[in-house]
Write a protein that binds this ligand. Structure first.
Ligand SMILES: Cc1ncc(COP(=O)(O)O)c(C=O)c1O
Length: 407
């Protein structure tokens, strides 16, 4: 067996299952889960129709790993409309089966485990795939704590120069999961300078780019590169997905775009790995990337929901409207620290909330790793506001009651 498999950590939901194993949720209340970050708004009808229409011919041939030219052109056209950036659909774009597999596979393409000290840097807390991708690629993860005092920006300045010197890959996530923070241009400038100095590749995870609460859409990595005069996107690849944008997490469709010198070996890797996208999914994806009306409506639904729920929870928890994405990243009251022996404050909060009010939230410490004696997720919980507004409001009401009873 591959010994690196033993280094993989239990997924947060596995840890949650263990935390809740001996809890009996209040049977008088129906369960509400704010735990999993899975889009729940309806998938658009035109997309389902495009999928159905493609069934006639779409199952009868092996797809090319590079995808149909029409799909790559649809992705490039979307990048142009969304970011004002021109990418060459033949050399700078590649379809992927959702950003998760691509984020993982990209590390296997980029990392050279034979170079001493191979390191992959990413923010902490983080999307768990970055860590697994680094470990299975034969590299060491380096966790960079996000700073609540600076809108949860990662503390890149805290990374020692000798770590940057051996870094081969940097994951960034903007808008971020779990805090929803968008990286401003100055942060990109800093990271591009570091990449130029030390030669590492940047993988920019942008799967939440279309769900935002400020007027201005989140800055994309390619957009930042162009603004800073890096027209060739050197050492940068962006990962974009339909899962959240179009409410189709089951479709498994996204694309990567960026440096042609990285896209080419990534295509080679994917050809062997079997990363081609079904022609049926390609047809539906072309339709999805070509339509913005459903995306605008989806964003409106999130905005209305967050505008209703956030002020209620802000009365009882340390929480504010994020820049983007669909999570609230809330600090739990200090009284939960030490409330249950052996559990962190966020774990104790999640357990008691489930037992008393049948609401599931995810302990923040499960999304982060302890580094330098600190788990930057501890004391926070992540709440995914993916359900219908009425259900999210009901959850907010129960959390308010839970905390006022306890005070
Ligand atoms: C930060 C982040 N990146 C990537 C993904 C993967 O999304 P998908 O594979 O559906 O594109 C997720 C899913 O929850 C995520 O939270």
């Amino acid at each position: 067996m591959n010994p690196l498999l033993t280094r993989l950590q239990p997924y947060p939901f596995e840890r949650l299952r263990r935390l809740f194993a001996d809890v009996t949720p209040n049977p008088a209340l129906r369960p509400i889960s704010l735990g999993i970050g899975e889009p729940k708004h309806a998938a658009p009808d035109f997309l389902k129709q495009a999928l159905a229409d493609a069934l006639g011919t779409g199952l009868s041939s092996y797809p090319a790993t590079a995808g149909e030219p029409a799909l790559r052109e649809a992705c490039a056209a979307w990048v142009q409309r969304r970011y004002g950036v021109a990418v060459n659909p033949a050399t700078q774009v590649l379809p992927v089966n959702g950003s998760r597999e691509a984020l993982f596979a990209f590390a296997q393409t980029v990392i050279d485990p034979n170079r001493p000290g191979a390191t992959v840097v990413f923010p902490n807390p983080f999307y768990q795939i970055y860590e697994g991708a680094a470990l299975l690629g034969g590299a060491e993860p380096f966790y960079v704590a996000s700073d609540p005092a600076r809108n949860f920006a990662a503390a890149w300045d805290s990374v020692p120069t000798e770590v940057w010197a051996r870094t081969q890959l940097l994951y960034v996530c903007s808008p971020g999961n779990p805090a929803g923070a968008v990286m401003p241009l100055d942060e990109w400038r800093k990271l591009f300078e570091l990449s130029d100095r030390h030669g590492f590749v940047i993988a920019s995870d942008e799967c939440y780019s279309e769900i935002y609460f400020r007027d201005e859409p989140p800055l994309g990595g390619l957009e930042a590169a162009q603004a800073l005069g890096r027209a060739d996107f050197r050492n940068l690849v962006s990962f974009t997905s339909l899962s959240k944008r179009s409410n189709v997490p089951g479709l498994r469709s996204g694309f990567v775009a960026g440096d042609a010198a990285l896209i080419k070996p990534f295509l080679l890797y994917r050809t062997y790995h079997g990363g081609a996208m079904s022609p049926v999914v390609q047809a539906a994806s072309i339709a999805a990337w070509g339509d913005e009306a459903h995306v605008v409506d989806n964003r409106r639904q999130y905005r209305e929901k967050f505008a209703q729920v956030t002020p209620l929870l802000a009365q009882v928890l340390d929480v504010a409207l994020p820049d983007a994405a669909f999570y609230l990243w809330a600090g739990v009251p200090a009284s939960f620290a030490g409330a249950v022996p052996g559990l962190s404050a966020d774990e104790a909060f999640a357990r008691e909330l489930l037992a008393q009010y049948n609401v599931t939230v995810l302990p923040g410490s499960y999304l982060a790793r302890e580094a330098g004696g600190l788990n930057p997720g501890a004391g926070r919980v992540r709440m995914a506001l993916v359900a219908e507004p009425a259900e999210c409001l009901e959850a907010a009401g129960r959390i308010t009651q839970f905390l006022s009873n306890r005070a």
